[in-house]
Design a protein around this ligand. Structure first.
Ligand code: NAP
Length: 332
């Protein structure tokens, strides 16, 4: 079911609004004329985004919130209702990531990624549901990732959390229908790699600089998808053609897609420059109130994709020669 009222008369809560896709979504919603409630940990960045929303003619409320604290998330919902009278939609968007081999990621960081990405989304849904019901219906949008459907090496905690969000959303949707609350929609967004500060914010235990595997899409593309879902809710929506394609490959030939994606992401996610281990923004706020990360230059993307494909060609040539040599040795 769509929103109970037009978007321009709606109040929408957005978590992770201090950076990247959350910031782009706040601006997209502000342009649609709705009231936005902005949550994340970094208050100055949220204030900057609120100012930007006000300049676009929208009312914005800033509520600094750590989404790993369920009581704080309840207070976020209460603040939104206190200020604007009701909540019509809730966008669970905040997340953190830790990049590294599964058995080399510190346990504390692995746990925290699950707490922020999966439990934070669950707390958001729990806080939102009674208010959406009181508003006569509404929409929850969970910003997951195409990594809720497929997997990528060095991202085990994030992949597990994002797969969990998808399962959680599907279950809650079933329960809402069973309990006569079908006026509340639950939507999951599955974006491809997006040009945000995420890869700079992520905890890093790879020893190398990180970069999103190309193609990389602008954050506004996800913001538009979220706005579209608020107007016309669907169970799931991809953002970015690459996400749709990878999802299809994974459903048609999962074993092959798993190998291909491991190979590709393994080569494009890690840069050449050396980096010491870092916990990134996993435990500390880092929002700057800017949507983009600076990865999207066409030339840069083309170079990285070409380099990855060149490496592939070189490697398969080496493999072929080695196999040929092995075969000749066996024949002799
Ligand atoms: N970038 C991509 O390639 C990509 C692709 C697919 C899906 N996504 C998803 O898109 C969403 C937004 O990510 P992004 O790319 O925009 O990354 P980002 O720029 O790093 O933004 C992450 C946001 O989450 C907030 N946050 C982190 N921990 C929090 C906590 N404990 N409590 C409250 N807020 C917290 C951060 O703000 P503070 O530091 O101020 O708390 C920030 O506003 C995430 O769900 C991500 O998984 C991203």
């Amino acid at each position: 079911m769509p929103l109970a009222r037009p978007l321009r008369d709606s109040t929408v809560v957005i978590t992770g609004a201090s950076s990247g896709i959350g910031t782009a979504t706040a601006y997209a919603l502000a342009r649609s004329g709705c009231r936005v409630v902005l949550a994340a940990r970094t208050e100055p960045a949220l204030q900057r985004v609120a100012q930007g929303c006000a300049e676009l003619g929208a009312q914005a409320l800033v509520v600094p919130t750590d989404i790993t604290d369920p009581a704080a998330v309840e207070r976020l919902a209460a603040s939104a209702v206190d200020r604007f009278g009701r909540i019509d939609a809730w966008v669970n968007n905040a997340a953190v990531g830790v990049v590294g081999l599964f058995d080399e990621i510190p346990v504390t960081e692995f746990r925290r990624v699950l707490e922020v990405d999966l439990l934070g989304t669950a707390y958001g849904m729990r806080a939102a549901l009674p208010h959406l019901a009181a508003a006569g219906g509404g929409v929850v949008v969970n910003n997951a990732s195409v990594l809720a459907e497929v997997a990528m090496p060095y991202q085990s905690a994030y992949n597990a959390a994002k797969h969990g969000i998808r399962g959680l959303a599907d279950t809650v949707r079933q329960e809402l229908r069973l309990t006569g609350r079908g006026a509340i929609s639950i939507c999951t967004v599955l974006p491809a790699a997006i040009d945000t500060p995420f890869f700079r914010h992520a905890a890093n235990h790879t020893g190398r600089i990180l970069a999103p595997p190309p193609p990389v899409y602008p954050p506004e593309l996800v913001a538009e998808t979220i706005v579209r879902l608020l107007r016309r809710p669907r169970r799931e929506a991809y953002a970015g053609g690459a996400a749709r394609l990878i999802g299809l490959q994974w459903r048609l030939a999962p074993a092959l897609a798993e190998r291909a994606l491991a190979w590709y992401a393994g080569r494009t996610q890690l840069g050449l420059a050396v980096r010491p281990p870092s916990a990134g923004n996993v435990f500390r706020p880092a929002g700057e109130g800017i949507p983009v990360g600076g990865w999207q230059g066409r030339r840069r993307q083309l170079i990285r994709m070409t380099a990855a494909l060149g490496l592939a060609a070189a490697r398969s040539a080496v493999d072929t020669v080695a196999a040929f040599a092995r075969q000749r040795r066996e024949v002799r």
